[in-house]
Design a protein around this ligand. Structure first.
Ligand code: EPZ
Length: 427
């Protein structure tokens, strides 16, 4: 397994380009299952998770041509409705094919995603919504078997529109049900829907194809089912979490970074908190200029569904607060296990105590480089950030986690002055 080696202490200066959004690309790729014809997608990030979902789509019969960050996909002839464990186990977002397969074929067999490093990650709300839309769901031997109630898949009966209240705000749950509802009979109303920008990007893609969706970006989304959807060319939105991660890279190294091709309004909560910590942030053209400082002021953070502070930026903020000038509290309200980076930060000298769903951070003057272990995607990013700021050498092991969600991270950081390199095949 690869590891990344960083010699800390370099101020990052220059411009970092942001790639397409992983969490917009995954549902939009799944949505190509909903109809026939050629889709051309651009600004698709080169990530392991994207590679995984492309493998899954090919298994289902989608033909795909890749050319850099552009993809041509055609789902006219689907040959399977089975999303197997060997693929789903590597990426839980594979569950996003469930809704489209049911809408298109009336049947689906999708492996249960299983938990991961940050929590149990149930899909009960996805399944509850599909049952309300007329599906029969059975869980057997680690798989979800779903089909339209009372009718063999081939007699192309359709999902029924329904009013669905989501007890917990779920991003992929909202996306799965929104996709399923586009081809249902009648109207579906999703209440307490997720408001993330990635949900809006998916809705925009679907509406360009003829879907009738209103309210995306609010907590009530209404979908009027249509007969079919046409193929479409579409450009994936920029990745707001990648952008936020590099904003923290500029802040934590006391540097001066221009984060290019991001959408500031997607990052309002992050911008607010970084400014509260004393980081200078200037909106400039199609990006943000970030000027760090020696040590940030301590700020309390609580993760919330969008537009609150994103859970996917919690670990990165903790890295920054680890060298803050005082004490602060970071509370994680979305996932029950998203503090796996705390033990590794402590190895670098951070002073952090966990109390339930909160971490109490007492800032220290400097972190010291050390070998540390990545455990999930955003924890890996946190360790890269702390390595950039630490004195001496940091080795981040198991960086395959990182490659799931950050395109060419060491190349992007090297270009702005970081002393960072990847050692292939290390333990
Ligand atoms: C999406 O995951 C993102 N992934 C995650 O990003 C992100 O952290 C998360 O939303 C929250 O913003 C993608 O979009 C591919 P949820 P998702 O369903 O949809 C509970 C990253 O690092 N829940 O919004 O799986 C769940 O346990 C990844 O890029 C249920 O109880 O998250 C959690 O506590 C990590 N039942 C809360 O809802 C359900 O049926 C939010 O989860 C579904 C979810």
């Amino acid at each position: 397994m690869d590891k990344i080696v960083i010699i800390g202490g370099q101020r990052l200066e220059g411009e970092i380009p942001i790639s397409g959004s992983k969490n917009a690309a995954l549902p939009i790729l799944a949505a190509t299952l909903l109809g026939k014809g050629d889709h051309h997608l651009t600004n698709v990030p080169d990530l392991k998770d994207v590679t995984t979902i492309l493998k899954l789509l090919r298994r289902l019969g989608v033909t795909i041509q890749e050319d850099g960050d552009s993809l041509a996909l055609n789902a006219s002839t689907l040959t399977s409705y089975d999303a197997p464990y060997d693929l789903v186990k590597t990426m839980r977002a594979s569950i996003l094919v469930l809704g489209p397969l049911l809408a298109r074929l009336g049947e689906a067999k999708v492996s249960l995603p299983g938990g991961c490093a940050i929590g149990a990650r149930p899909i009960n709300l996805h399944l509850m919504g599909l049952e309300k839309m007329g599906c029969e769901i059975e869980i057997r031997s680690g798989y979800v078997y779903a089909r339209l109630l009372g009718s063999p898949a081939k007699n192309n009966k359709r999902l029924q529109g329904a009013r669905i209240y989501l007890d917990t705000t779920t991003v992929t749950g909202t996306e799965n049900l929104m996709m399923a509802a586009t081809l249902a009979n009648g109207t579906t109303i999703l209440e307490n829907a997720a408001r993330e920008p990635e949900v809006i990007d998916l809705a925009n893609f679907l509406c360009c194809r003829g879907a009738k969706i209103s309210g995306a970006g609010t907590d009530i989304i209404t979908i009027d089912g249509v007969e079919n959807l046409k193929p479409m060319d579409y450009r994936i939105m920029p990745d707001r979490i990648e952008a936020g991660t590099y904003m923290v890279a500029g802040a934590i190294t006391g540097g001066n970074l221009y984060v290019k091709n991001c959408i500031p309004r997607h990052l309002e909560a992050v911008i607010f908190k970084l400014k509260e910590a004393g980081v200078q942030i200037i909106e400039d053209g199609d990006g943000l200029r970030v000027k760090g400082l020696e040590r940030p002021r301590p700020v309390d953070v609580k993760t919330l569904p969008y537009p609150g502070f994103p859970t996917d930026m919690q670990a990165q903020m903790m890295a920054l607060m680890s060298i803050g000038t005082g004490r602060c509290v970071i509370t994680e309200t979305i996932f029950e296990g998203r503090f796996t980076h705390v033990g590794e930060l402590r190895r670098m000298g951070a002073d952090i105590k966990i109390q339930g769903s909160s971490a109490i951070i007492q800032g220290v003057t400097r972190l010291l480089g050390a070998p540390v272990m990545a455990s999930d995607l955003r924890a890996s990013a946190c360790l890269i950030l702390s390595g950039l700021a630490a004195e001496g050498e940091t080795q981040v092991l198991r960086v395959y986690h990182l490659d799931r969600g950050y395109e060419r991270i060491e190349a992007k950081l090297q270009k702005v002055g970081a002393k960072i390199m990847r050692s292939k095949g290390e333990s």
